[in-house]
Design a protein around this ligand. Sequence first.
Ligand SMILES: Cc1cc2nc3c(=O)[nH]c(=O)nc-3n(C[C@H](O)[C@H](O)[C@H](O)COP(=O)(O)O)c2cc1C
Length: 186
Amino acid sequence: MKTIAIISPSVRRGRNSHRVAIFFKRYIEENKLALAEILDLKEYNFPLFDERLRHLPDPAPEILQFAQKIGSADGVIIIAPEYNGGYPASLKNVIDLLTDEWRKKPVAISTVSDGSFGGTQVITALQFSLWKIRAWTVPAMFPVPKVRETFDEEGTPADREVTGRRASAFINELMWCIEAKERMKG
Ligand SMILES: Cc1cc2nc3c(=O)[nH]c(=O)nc-3n(C[C@H](O)[C@H](O)[C@H](O)COP(=O)(O)O)c2cc1C
């Protein structure tokens, strides 16, 4: 079984994008597509890193654990909340922390906002950072507008059918990239 790490970056009290992380974990597992784990940056409560992991003299166990989970995952989904047209500092903090763990890692991005545009402005900045760090970003998008109306706190979508269809296309593309990468190893 493949493994997918879902990064939920919002550390905000009363955050809403975490609903989308819960949805994807459930969707992936209920459809037996992979094993999915949410890497919750609010729970990790990382400091602002002053160096990359490879240069940190005495990294805390949870930092090593996070790096190991990204490194060993077959694919990653990033839930990217839109903050002023960009993605949150908590996410940049962990992107810049790692190096080899990101190399050729299939990464799918779901953007989330309170407004009507589903955080689509976030995509360019986040894609660029991930490209620079040599991750393999999947072209499929999963924008979530008006997140408080479209998902409840348990991650249940208001429109199950349409959301399920969109999620299927999104995850299929991630799985295709995971499969393609695996074949290249042979
Ligand atoms: C600092 C900050 C800036 C934000 N900027 C935008 C924005 O430009 N457009 C928008 O639609 N929502 C914006 N939001 C709302 C978030 O997109 C919204 O809270 C969403 O639920 C995702 O973030 P969350 O998981 O932290 O709740 C902003 C929220 C914060 C905290």
